[in-house]
Design a protein around this ligand. Structure first.
Ligand code: SF4
Length: 359
């Protein structure tokens, strides 16, 4: 393949139709291509048998569909599968399949690494290597759906893998439009949850998106001081601004914003924290997802006892806040939240290594 080839992975259906038209090819072939690529998981033009031989040859000579390559596929005892995927530039990312019944979920990445530096997250320790292209974000879903036999079945997507989706806004939203196409995987935005640390301008843009996913905000703390220590972007976008943006967020009927709260033993898990959290969420249609930390080497926090988690949850429930405690999935293969890091991937540049040391 050369740079002369047009990469179809990064094109929305309308863009593909225009690209074909510009080459003197009928637009309707775009729908056929989308069906092969997304519904059947085929990127080999020779196998696209409802296209004429002439077209197949021409497509092979002029197009490519870059597709993340599965490097490893580790299976947890609980059925969770963690995939390491390699991109065209040999960078590596991780995506996770969580087979909870009744719904199947893919947790996918939006960046290689992450710039947010959350104190309890291994991905944050990598720093940001680069943004993913829309085709690379949508490509993870294509690859995982094929690998798990779900190309024809409904599944959920959570944008909770490596990276901060609102820090790669345009590519993330374009990927969702690609996945939404009725000629492709037809993923409804209702089945997608975007998780963010609360990049306020991104939240405001998201509030005007025609195709709006469910929103999850990673709160993790109840004072600015504590939150800035755990989630450094809080310095720029403090709690009050994030929660104001959440109050203004146009929710659909019966939907709510999920607030994620990683529980760190003795740090943010006291009854006072729980009561402050109740006050912060006043006036927001909210539910809270408590995530007891998945401890990992290099992370300077511990997991609280079940009794501390239960007490915290009870205080929220007593104030009529819907609360759930997230079961940790795939811990034996490091597929749990905040544990995605590509070991043995491409070497960091000297500047990236320095940035890590200075952190
Ligand atoms: S928790 Fe999410 S936003 Fe924070 S560093 Fe990790 S990947 Fe980035």
């Amino acid at each position: 393949m050369t740079s002369q080839h047009l990469d179809l992975a990064d094109l929305e259906l309308g863009e593909l139709e225009k690209a074909l038209e510009a080459l003197g090819i009928e637009r309707f072939h775009a729908r056929q291509l989308y069906r092969w690529i997304y519904r059947r998981g085929t990127v080999d033009f020779e196998l696209m048998t409802d296209l004429s031989r002439t077209l197949r040859t021409r497509f092979r000579e002029e197009f490519l569909v870059s597709t993340p390559r599965i490097v490893t596929d580790e299976r947890s005892v609980d059925g969770t599968r963690k995939f390491v995927l390699e991109l065209a530039d040999r960078r590596r990312i991780e995506s996770v399949f969580i087979p909870d019944t009744p719904s199947m979920t893919f947790c996918i990445s939006t960046q290689v690494g992450c710039a947010m530096s959350c104190g309890f997250c291994l991905t944050g320790k990598m720093g940001l290597v680069r943004n993913l292209m829309a085709g690379e974000i949508a490509g993870q879903v294509r690859v995982l759906a094929a690998a798990t036999g779900l190309l024809d079945l409904p599944f959920n997507i959570v944008l909770m893998g490596m990276g901060e989706p609102l820090h790669n806004y345009d590519n993330t939203m374009k990927a969702l439009r690609i996945l939404h196409s009725e000629h492709g995987l037809a993923v409804s935005p209702r089945r997608v949850t975007l998780s963010t640390v609360g990049i306020v301008p991104g939240l405001e843009r998201l509030a005007h998106e025609p195709m709006m996913p469910n929103l999850a905000v990673s709160l993790h703390a109840t004072t600015d001081e504590q939150r800035t220590a755990l989630v450094p972007p809080n310095k720029k976008y403090p709690l009050a601004d994030i929660l104001d943006a959440c109050r203004r967020f146009p929710l659909k009927k019966r939907s709510r914003i999920t607030f994620e709260y990683v529980m760190l033993d003795g740090v943010n898990d006291t009854p006072d924290d729980a009561r402050r959290l109740v006050r912060l969420l006043a006036g927001i249609k909210a539910k809270v997802n408590l995530i007891p930390l998945n401890p990992a080497p290099g992370i300077p926090y511990d997991r609280p006892s079940d009794a501390r988690v239960d007490r915290f949850a009870q205080i929220l429930a007593d104030r009529h806040i819907t609360v759930s405690v997230r079961k940790s999935r795939g811990q034996d293969i490091r597929a749990a939240c905040g544990q995605l890091i590509v070991e043995g991937g491409p070497k960091k540049t000297a500047a990236q290594q320095m940035a890590l040391l200075l952190r």
